[in-house]
Design a protein around this ligand. Structure first.
Ligand code: SF4
Length: 956
């Protein structure tokens, strides 16, 4: 923080008092408003950013001009100014946290080699990593599922967890929440976020306090926007820069005000509301904008509902979905175990700043206002392929039937209509669920029955083979629309007691009515914190969920991140042999192709109670509004209305969920009782990592040949070959999948060559600490379609990461082609449609692109984080102008491409691309350089953000 006495705005430092008379200092926005009256009318979220700019104004990275520019924010001005935003802290999940830790370790190695202290590389703000992405649903439908899944998780991830333990001892401000505690955003909401903060080195008698704010290496970091925290997801490379003291740079955003009025009707859940909000805001095109909720409706909805809406900001495309702090936020802080001192300081600070309370209509300025009457929201699902495609519950059955035979371009499945209702018998198999004798876990705490042994790989392989999901026995048939996965998953909903209690209450009524879950459904319950099982148990509802197969499978992301585990081999075979369109119903936030399971093409997002209802109904073509969910006792039809819980019933049970003591007791265990499995992991010690041989962790190649002075970057290039032509909505999961590694893929072949058996492949996400796997996994999604490969006779396109190597047209995996082009020193480019890089923030999508030698991506539009990540890795993002596209340029993939940058590199400048066709003709097009800010120009010139930051730290 800047020295207050030398600070350009020193007189604005004031004192506030808490209810019990304690004093704190703060940088006063109200006093700043005396110089810039506009400040009082700024959206609350922008004023929190402004406080950071004001407080950190050191005349170097942050200048008085930055303060002035933001203080004068105008709702509809052209956005050219850059804001340097210094965040309070950083959160990580393990998939993104491990590669980030590997980068930090590599920087320490460079510092060491250059004769500098490794401690030069040290996070300057608190960093919390939650291990949540690794647990898989290998076991389900049994009381032993949690223990068995955790045991497998530790066997598979031992090397990664050892590396984290090295990080814990090497870096002073780096904390890890071990596996089995919860999901990063729920833990952030319930525990990390403490209201207001002071600098770690501020030991003054009256310290200076400031608001919580953060960046996280996960798109859904926005969940914490629900409690008034300014936060969003960034790529790991940006997060590294933030933790090493760089401001997060962004263009001054538009702020869309979302006015909520009315009240949710009986039977409508927060999940339904968020699917409405997502569909509305997708239509409003809020990409790169802040969304701020206000009005009486916003003030009336519960804080967990606000968090659910904040969580899905990436799905509606916004940078944030922000709710200001009010009395309900304070009540949530009290109910979730924050201390009295923290709560009163939080409230006093926000009141002193004039930031407290839900704004009324007309009170603040917004770029645009969108409105929703909560009373118009109806029960909904979203899918089958995109979260913004909301479907009224009553329309799902007809929608699925229609899409079944519609062409792929119309979002359909392109199947013959006469096969829709055909069913196929499963061969007789063993019992579907294993070992029902084992005693259930208490309070959801992991029992950790198995001790780790030295020979983990072999044991894990044997265990997976022995525990592979079994097919249901008897005369079970499988057909289109069958629900094959029903998962209560994802922090989006598991952090919300009202929908989790609703699922439990629905399960109770269903069991009492004699309903059961269809035998072909893989059921799982995976909450984002142990608090959930605690309150479900106290409310007496957990046994009913278990009775329907929803046994606790893990405290982690599971199905939401694509760790649903496999289906029974017999089911997989029936699907692939008969082109069956099987369904998943999950309470997650993403349903892109192949995200949930490679063989499930229809994936519907729904509230937890609807997940349970569809597991009972067994098929998405059952119209739950008119048809029975199933047959209960005595063959009686039971309808959804018979088992749907009332708001009153949910409210009566909410008291179990807001128990400050339970929250405190739970989170104290992170330190006091992290679990035997975690305690038994042996970490390497020392300030510099020694990179033991591993197929999980390796020294990343980003600093090879590092010099203090960057190479001069000639941004243009000529004679590039086209690596791929992609359509719209290519996600980061298409570019760098997180899920299963195919045996025949380049990554699978590399792992096998390094002695890893198929059963121990684990996922791409868990191997992000190893560039050899990740390079080979880039563009390896089994559903990605490179349109350079011609369509077959039926018009279908080949799926998988393949290309045609030029010249010669030989078809081969993109990785293999990339290595050949690199060997020949031929640059390559990618062409794509709209929303390139949409989906999770995934820095490997940019790192992999860079390591494959791709110099530029030319697209119709880019997702915010992925665009920044490309720049951060030194890859040019170029955007077509107007109606231009690779289709209008009539590209086929056989062409050569020049990228011509005339003059000095400037943000958003025009760049010329020249296409040379095989027939000797050529064509030019002007595209826009999507290096958006001056600091990004510097990053690019340094070969990326990591070398830039490293040079700064070593030079300091
Ligand atoms: S549950 Fe889903 S949204 Fe939440 S952190 Fe995990 S993957 Fe991200």
């Amino acid at each position: 923080m800047a020295d207050a006495t030398a600070h350009a705005f020193a007189p604005l430092q004031k004192t506030f008092k808490t209810a019990s008379g304690k004093s704190g200092k703060y940088w006063s926005l109200k006093d700043l408003a005396k110089q810039y009256p506009n400040v009082d009318k700024l959206p609350v979220s922008l004023r929190i950013v402004l406080e950071s700019v004001l407080r950190n104004c050191d005349g170097q990275k942050v200048t008085p001009a930055h303060v002035e520019e933001l203080a004068n924010w105008a709702p509809n001005a052209e956005r050219t100014d850059e804001i340097p935003f210094v965040v309070t802290r950083v959160v990580l999940q393990d998939f993104t946290g491990v590669p980030l830790l590997a980068d930090l370790a590599a920087m320490r190695s460079v510092a060491d080699k250059l004769g500098q202290s490794p401690k030069t590389i040290e996070p300057l703000v608190p960093v919390d990593l939650v291990v949540d992405h690794s647990v898989m649903v290998d076991h389900y439908g049994t009381p032993k599922a949690l223990d068995l899944n955790m045991k497998l998780e530790f066997q598979r991830n031992n090397e990664r967890y050892q590396f984290m333990k090295w990080g814990m001892q090497a870096f002073d401000t780096f904390r890890v929440v071990p596996p089995g505690f919860g999901i990063v955003h729920q833990v952030n909401l319930e525990y990390f976020a403490r209201g207001v903060y002071k600098a770690p080195d501020d030991n003054a008698e009256v310290p200076t306090w400031y608001p919580d704010s953060l960046v996280g290496t996960d798109s859904h970091t926005t969940m914490v926007n629900g409690i008034g925290v300014v936060a969003w997801g960034v790529g790991g490379i940006e997060a590294e820069a933030a933790m090493l003291g760089q401001p997060v740079y962004m263009l001054t955003p538009d702020v869309v005000g979302f006015e909520l009025t009315g009240k949710l009707r009986e039977g409508v859940t927060a999940t339904d509301l968020v699917l409405y909000v997502t569909a509305i805001l997708r239509g409003e095109k809020v990409v790169g904008k802040f969304v701020e909720f206000f009005g009486p409706g916003a003030g009336s909805i519960a804080v967990p509902d606000r968090a659910t809406i904040g969580n899905m900001a990436p799905e509606y495309g916004a940078t944030m979905g922000f709710f200001p702090v009010d009395e309900m936020t304070i009540a949530y802080f009290k109910g979730t175990g924050r201390t009295d001192a923290e709560v009163e300081r939080f409230e006093a600070y926000y009141k002193a700043q004039g930031l407290f309370g839900m704004p009324a209509p007309g009170e603040l300025n917004y770029t645009k206002i969108v409105k929703l009457d909560l009373g118009t929201v109806t029960p909904s699902l979203a899918g089958p392929k995109r979260p913004q495609d909301r479907i009224d519950l009553g329309h799902l059955a007809t929608k699925f039937s229609e899409l079944y035979s519609k062409p792929i371009e119309a979002n359909g499945f392109n199947q013959p209509a006469d096969k829709l209702k055909q069913r196929y018998p499963l061969p007789h198999g063993a019992a579907p669920r294993a070992d029902k004798e084992a005693p259930p876990t208490k309070n959801g705490a992991p029992r950790e029955v198995v001790e780790m042994t030295a020979n983990r790989s072999t044991k894990a392989a044997a265990h997976v083979a022995a525990s592979a999901p079994k097919a249901p026995s008897g005369t079970v048939t499988i057909g289109n629309g069958d629900v094959l996965i029903a998962a209560i998953t994802s922090c989006t909903n598991t952090s919300n007691p009202s929908v989790m209690l609703a699922a439990g209450l629905l399960a109770k009524k269903a069991v009492e009515a004699g309903l059961t879950v269809k035998p072909h459904v893989k059921t799982s319950l995976a909450p984002g914190s142990r608090i959930v099982t605690d309150y479900l148990e106290k409310a007496g509802l957990l046994p009913y969920l278990e009775k329907l197969g929803f046994y606790l499978a893990g405290y982690g992301c599971t199905t939401c991140i694509g760790n649903a585990g496999d289906l029974a081999p017999e089911i997989n075979e029936l699907i692939t042999k008969n082109n069956l369109i099987g369904a998943a119903v999950l309470s997650g936030n993403r349903n892109f192709e192949a995200r949930i399971h490679p063989n499930l093409k229809a994936n519907f997002l729904a509230s937890p109670p609807l997940v349970v209802a569809y597991a009972i109904a067994g098929n998405v073509m059952v119209d739950l509004m008119t048809q029975p969910v199933g047959k209960g006792r005595g063959g009686k039809n039971v309808y959804l209305g018979d088992i749907w819980p009332s708001m009153k019933e949910i409210d009566e049970n909410l008291r179990h969920a807001m128990n400050a003591k339970a929250f405190r007791t739970n989170y104290e265990q992170i330190k006091d009782n992290p679990g035997k499995l975690w305690s038994s992991i042996k970490g390497v010690s020392g300030q510099v990592y020694d990179w033991p041989k591993s197929t999980y962790i390796a020294e990343p190649p980003f600093f090879e040949g590092f010099k203090m002075k960057p190479h001069a970057t000639d941004a243009g290039f000529t004679n590039a070959r086209i690596m791929a032509l992609f359509g719209d909505s290519i996600t980061t999961d298409h570019i760098s999948p997180a899920g299963a590694i195919k045996e025949s893929s380049p990554a699978g072949i590399w792992l096998k060559a390094h002695g890893v058996s198929k059963a121990d492949f684990n996922s791409y996400g868990s191997r992000r600490g190893h560039h050899e796997v990740m390079m080979r996994g880039t563009f390896a999604n089994v559903r990605i379609k490179n349109l350079m490969i011609p369509a077959d006779a039926q018009g279908s396109r080949e799926e998988g990461g393949v290309t045609r190597f030029q010249p010669g047209n030989e078809k081969m995996p993109i990785y293999d082609a990339a290595m050949k082009y690199i060997a020949q020193e031929v640059p390559t480019v990618i062409f794509a449609g709209e929303e390139y890089g949409t989906g999770s923030s995934r820095d490997w999508a940019a790192k992999g692109t860079y390591l494959l030698g791709i110099k530029a991506v030319v697209a119709r539009s880019f997702e915010r984080i992925h665009r920044a990540n490309l720049v951060g890795m030194g890859v040019l993002p170029l955007q077509f102008r107007g109606a231009d596209s690779w289709e209008t340029l009539q590209l086929t993939g056989d062409e050569r491409v020049d990228v011509v940058i005339g003059g000095e590199l400037k943000p958003q400048m025009d760049v010329k691309i020249v296409v040379h066709r095989p027939d000797g003709t050529h064509q030019e097009a002007t595209v826009r350089l999507r290096i958006d800010t001056p600091i990004e120009v510097d990053y690019y010139k340094h070969g990326g953000i990591l070398p830039f930051v490293l040079r700064q730290l070593l030079a300091a």
